[in-house]
Design a protein around this ligand. Structure first.
Ligand SMILES: Cc1ncc(COP(=O)(O)O)c(C=O)c1O
Length: 408
């Protein structure tokens, strides 16, 4: 099967009729940009002057010694402006919006990271910006809401459904249907209807392109395995795409939450609880009940807490080109602690899933082997969640005092 917009049997664009013309326009703009070498040049120049690209590949020698197996390298997407790989996608979409002559952008956000990145891009390009966010996430992620607003975006709390990411996506699509003439929807991951999965994966491929060159220069060989966490799938697709045609094992790590047996996780591919369906405009594995109703998901990392997954990753799963595993909240917090102490790196809770899985496997590999972990974002932005997960009593006292000071 080789239908446009499909990856094996996954993908497609299941759209309300009112949005078909807009998606066609976007598909054409993306195809033109992809065929035009000046677009990629403009993009890499922008990222090198605005977002620390190329990001370094850091040898994690202390962790490598600690585990005594493979040599571990870390791709530093945390050093992007706004603290995560999300910047790659939004800045490229910003260039596309400018080419399409639109003046307003909208976005959905869960953890707030993509919302902050989009608000930053809008400020830089001079677009007006509205971000849809589940009401529950607005409460959980107040610091990111603060920054979006300071950057000039309007943040709209979504009160439907479970009041989280999937409800925010639905609301953003409703807005787009009303305002498609001047508005572009900046989707934050490699999921959703065609052309988003392919387009976001293409923009994020800058990670893999750099990482492949860097590992050859620094280790003199290709890695045995590449690890990335998987929410919607954009950072995984970004780094995987650099190694797709090589003899390199690609390992995606999903949120194991409180354990696969508890139902409180977001392991769509790594558990046997995901099933193929069509929702939110595309076909992939979803965590859904027998009636096709989406289940509630759970993860300590808000950015991995999503019911669907990139159709491209679903295809790589089905063909066996990539392997999918999960890490529990507890394993993730432990991996984060170890990485902070041994390397002075603070991965985002999302990224710490990739670290946790790599740590399980590194000791079983040989000392000649090399592995790469994608550090998709930085964790100091997650201070509230990390301090909660670690259960630091001094932090708790500080917050109580701060609250008392506001009350006084
Ligand atoms: C730091 C970080 N890593 C990973 C993710 C998951 O997204 P994706 O699977 O699209 O890379 C997020 C999402 O918010 C994130 O903020």
């Amino acid at each position: 099967m080789n239908r446009p917009g499909y990856h094996g049997r996954f993908g497609g664009a299941f759209l309300p009729e009112i949005l078909v013309a807009t998606f066609d326009q976007l598909g054409q703009a993306f195809a033109q940009a992809k065929a035009d070498p000046s677009f990629w040049q403009e993009y890499t120049e922008l990222m090198s002057t605005y977002s620390c690209r190329p990001t370094p590949l850091t040898p994690a020698d202390n962790l490598s010694r600690h585990f005594g197996g493979a040599r571990i390298f870390v791709k530093r997407e945390d050093l992007n402006h706004t603290g995560a790989h999300k910047a790659n996608n939004v800045m490229a979409q910003g260039l596309l919006v400018r080419r399409m002559g639109k003046t307003r952008v909208i976005a959905e956000t869960g953890a707030g990271q993509h919302g902050v990145a989009t608000a930053t891009m809008a400020a830089r390009f001079g677009f007006s910006c509205t971000v849809y966010m589940g009401e529950e996430d607005v409460e959980r992620q107040r610091p990111n809401v603060f920054w979006m607003q300071q950057l000039g975006a309007e943040v709209v709390p979504v009160r439907d459904g479970s009041r989280t990411l999937k409800d925010a996506i639905n609301e953003a699509l409703r807005d787009w249907a009303r305002n498609m003439d001047d508005t572009h929807y900046v989707l934050g991951t490699a999921s959703g209807p065609h052309p988003y999965p392919e387009m976001v994966a293409y923009f994020q491929s800058i990670i893999g392109l750099e990482a492949r060159k860097q590992i050859l220069a620094q280790a003199g060989k290709l890695p045995k395995r590449v690890y990335a966490c998987v929410g919607g799938g954009s950072n995984a697709m970004g780094i995987f795409s650099g190694f797709m045609d090589d003899d390199v094992e690609l390992v995606g790590v999903e949120a194991g939450g409180k354990g696969l047996g508890t139902g409180m996780h977001a392991a769509r591919l790594a558990s046997d609880q995901g099933s193929v369906g069509v929702a939110q405009g595309y076909k992939t594995y979803f965590l859904q009940d027998d009636d096709g109703q989406m289940r509630d998901t759970h993860s300590v990392a808000a950015g991995l807490d999503y019911v669907g997954v990139s159709p491209i990753l679903a295809h790589l799963h089905e063909t066996g080109r990539a392997r999918f595993e999960s890490a529990t909240d507890a394993e993730v917090v432990e991996a984060l602690r170890l990485t902070m102490r041994m390397e002075g790196l603070i991965p985002a809770l999302e990224s710490a899933h990739a670290f946790a899985q790599a740590f399980k496997e590194a000791p079983k590999l040989g000392s000649d082997d090399v592995i790469v972990i994608n550090q998709s974002g930085r964790g100091d932005k997650d201070i509230f969640t990390v301090a909660d997960a670690i259960g630091d009593p001094d932090w708790e006292r500080f917050i109580i005092k701060k609250a008392e000071a506001y009350h006084a």
